[in-house]
Ligand binder design. Sequence first.
Ligand code: 6GU
Length: 239
Amino acid sequence: MSWQATVLTLFPEMFPGPLGLSLAGRALNEGTWSCTPHDLRPHGLGRHRAVDDTPFGGGAGMVIRADVVDAALSAVQAPADVPRVFMTPRGRPLRQRDVSRYAEGPGVVLLCGRFEGVDERVLQARNIEQVSIGDYVLSGGETAALVLLDACVRLLPGVMGSDESGVEESFSDGLLEYPHYTRPAVWDGHDVPEVLLSGNHGAIAAWRQKQAEEITRERRPDLWSAWLARREENEATAA
Ligand code: 6GU
């Protein structure tokens, strides 16, 4: 059985979008995964198929109705073991470990909101996780869903080339990656770090490790602290 992405959205035309191209697109054509958008609109109420209403308690914006989301969920008939995820800036931050968990399972059902949000009751009652892709506001959950799917699909068996097999990438060991260089050895008067031309693989590995640590410390003090704490813990265990 292939990995199955179902997307509940008011903009089904946005899927698979860019994921129909490149690595993800090839995997889609080969049947490694599927992407099935499901329009929320037909589940709306009245002549206008309204999916949203004004918030109880007042305030700006509109809220997607619980009954509309529930009807869409029922229509797509995803098995109980498929994670249901609402894409929202109010969600917990998406991490590589979450991506790995999704990729290892049978697929995901992604709910994309527009407007102010979705009635909280359906999120709780139907066991829908809430996930954010970062601390900025998007106009809707669709582009966030594309990000989540991209991150998952590249982990599916056979999708990534063996030369980029994920063992050496950022976050797998908690550090950002070291910088990369290729020919020409001198470009516009700028040299490549000498050690990389030395053929000394031990020295190259040590240089890359140092660079990874340096860059992580500068750019991501949060990751650096976590990495330091983990190293301390490992050293204590080893001792
Ligand atoms: Cl998951 N959705 C929306 N609409 N905005 C976001 C987001 C998600 N993550 C960050 N901003």
